[in-house]
Design a protein around this ligand. Structure first.
Ligand code: ZN
Ligand code: ZN
Ligand code: ZN
Length: 488
């Protein structure tokens, strides 16, 4: 089906010169060994599109999935379709490529694993509109710059999530209700990409949010088990005396004369009430007896009470806990933040986990703002013989950086002990941290770093390396531009 191959086509339209998608190939996917009339019709549509307008004339049909920039899935069989979508969305090299699903029969519900859907019979014009829309996405994907190998597997997948949002106009990740998910919701595209059980993908999105690459908006709050973090919790009322589940509600009667308290059924004989303890007849409410508010009865220990105890039973891990110990998990929808857009464009995830904590604790200035403050600081130091130090540093680790909440809190505490609120921070383009220690000479800045090293060694199991350079801002020998050059 390889029809023609044209590269870098530029066409002139009424509005001026438009750069059109580079060598866009459409991959039309079909069930093996089956080339039926619908498939042929779709194939015809694609070829007609090429004739129809300049915008489409560089389309190439290909049988090789790897060459395709846009895949059209013609789905006869729902299971087959779902498998193919999952296959495409699970492979990083295909993950971003737009997919149009053409169903022979309308499915029960459309999945968000594909970008757009059509159900047969399809008008050629509708087909053209959808393909055109997806060519825009394909073009966005082609424009992305390559990702360095050093990013690692998880890093790459996180970046792909950012890039998926970046290349789609909607640019939003919305959770789908899913009773099979541990948290009751899932993000199908992320779940397939990270290859985890439904619900576990949320942790990756939360990490991206923690790194300030995603912005979240609350959608729902779910109760989760404090032990296994699943949301499948059974809430049940139990006896506060013996914790039995076997409780029921029944009118309670208190006989004044003998002080007996019992269930209505123990007293009742037809229309009359007779005390089961002293056998006297109860005639007048308020005179002979009253009805206490403790109307809940335990059928096991036979005690009565007004309020049953609420107990939570986790259907996933079988642990029981009181409701006040139950954490609430926020379910969010996500969009790209400014930093997220930058990461998607540059193809790198900023810093390690440690840098993100640092960022959160001390607050980073925008580079341009930092540069301006540096300029002022250099001026002050040189004119008034005032001592300030500029430092460029890096936190590296040989092993995996601990991800526990405790480590993060400890690290945040160390940061707050080491740096002062008057120190100014930003990060360089290469991911290093720049800090101005105001009113501090280089000797004291050095002491600060050695203290930082000692404190980190006390809390981290893995060795964390701190590399740093110091610049004396009062030194006359460097121009502002010279300093900036050394930093970037
Ligand atoms: Zn009981
Ligand atoms: Zn009695
Ligand atoms: Zn549990």
């Amino acid at each position: 089906m390889l029809i023609s191959e044209e590269k870098n086509v530029t066409t002139v339209t009424a509005s001026g010169i438009n750069r059109i998608e580079l060598d866009t190939r459409i991959h039309l996917f079909l069930m093996p060994q089956e080339t039926d009339r619908i498939f042929k019709a779709l194939q015809g549509f694609c070829e007609d599109l090429k004739l129809e307008s300049n915008e489409f004339n560089q389309l190439t049909l290909t049988e090789e999935l790897d060459l395709a920039d846009l895949t059209i899935l013609y789905i006869k069989d729902a299971t087959w379709g779902s498998d193919k979508m999952k296959q495409l969305r699970s492979e990083p090299k295909h993950f971003l490529k737009p997919i149009l699903a053409v169903y022979e029969q309308a499915p029960d519900n459309f999945t968000e694993l594909v970008d757009l859907n059509l159900t047969w019979p399809v008008l050629q014009s509708d087909f053209g509109v959808k393909v055109k829309e997806l060519l825009k996405v394909a073009s966005n994907v082609q424009d992305l710059i390559a990702v360095p190998n050093s990013i690692g597997d998880t890093g790459l997948k996180k970046l792909l999530i950012l890039r998926h949002l970046y290349t789609r106009e909607s640019g939003i990740l919305i959770p789908t209700r899913n009773h099979l998910s541990s948290v009751g919701y899932s993000f199908p595209t992320a779940q397939i990409l990270f290859n985890v059980k439904s619900g576990e993908e949320v942790a990756f999105l939360e990490e991206l949010e923690e790194s300030q690459l995603l912005t979240s908006k609350l959608i729902d709050k779910v109760n989760i088990c404090p032990f296994c973090e699943h949301t499948q919790i059974n809430f049940r009322e139990i006896c506060p005396h013996c914790r039995s589940l076997n409780i029921s509600e029944e009118t309670t009667i208190h006989h004044f004369r003998c002080a007996y308290i019992g269930r209505d059924s123990e007293f009742r004989h037809g229309l009359n009430l007779t005390c089961p303890k002293c056998s006297r007849e109860l005639r007048h409410i308020g005179v002979d007896y009253d009805k206490p508010s403790e109307v809940m009865w335990c059928n096991d220990c036979n005690q009565n009470f007004s309020e049953p105890l609420l107990s939570c039973y986790c259907l996933a891990c079988a642990k029981t806990f009181p409701p006040e110990n139950m954490p609430i998990k926020r379910i969010n929808k996500y969009t790209l933040s400014q930093d997220g857009i930058r990461a998607a464009e540059e193809g790198v995830l900023p810093g390690s986990g440690l840098i993100n904590i640092l960022k959160k604790e001390v607050g980073f200035y925008k580079r341009e703002v930092f540069m301006e403050m540096l300029r002022i600081e250099v001026f002050r130091c040189r004119r008034y013989k005032y001592k300030s130090t500029l430092s460029k540093f890096n936190l590296g680790s040989a092993g995996e950086i601990p991800t526990s909440r405790k480590f993060k809190n400890d690290f945040a505490a160390v940061i707050n002990q080491t740096f002062r609120t008057t120190d100014l921070f930003t990060d360089s383009r290469s991911g290093e941290i720049l800090v101005i220690f105001t009113n501090t000479d280089t000797a004291n800045a050095k002491i600060a770093f050695s203290r930082l090293k000692t404190s980190i060694d006390q809390i981290a199991i893995t060795k964390i390396k701190i590399d740093y350079d110091l610049f004396d801002l009062a030194a006359q020998d460097d121009s502002m531009e010279g300093i900036w050059e050394k930093l970037n």
